[in-house]
Design a protein around this ligand. Sequence first.
Ligand code: SF4
Ligand code: SF4
Length: 170
Amino acid sequence: MSEREALFNSGVLTSERPGAIRPPRDLWDKKKAGLVVVECPQRIPCNPCATSCPVGAILPFEDINDTPRIDYQKCTGCGICVAVCPGLACFVVDLAYSEDRALYKLPYEMLPLPSKGDTVICLGRQGEELARGTVEAVIEPKRDRTYVIHVSAPKEFANDIRAIRTGDRA
Ligand code: SF4
Ligand code: SF4
């Protein structure tokens, strides 16, 4: 099975597949507030990430079906693209957050909503449990947007934590 077929069949992107865009590590280690990670490998008619980025870090699309290209020097880690992406394909990871923990800014559309200070389970792309995290902020959406949950968790999962589980099961 080709990589493309595997992606279509599973709907799960692994970090090795084309389209899993990683920030350059030297910049990523230093950039306060973090850098965007965009996992959007498929050509689809969608571009709010590019049209909403306030600093032009997601380069303008030439075609509505383009996949995102990132200028990591410009990215401020603001998380606006996380809130506007309808595919929940944008994340921000702040590796400069602390010595051993990163701050993950993750899209969240489930109930119950977590609260600041809650312990949550951090999940990988296939829903696998990776670590416990602490909710540092809950960013309410503006109209037609998604909640963005800021969670601190071990840095070693920077390429893997992409969701959280909250509530009684955490
Ligand atoms: S995190 Fe903010 S600055 Fe970075 S790409 Fe997303 S919207 Fe642009
Ligand atoms: S908004 Fe999300 S789904 Fe749409 S092109 Fe950008 S990253 Fe992909």
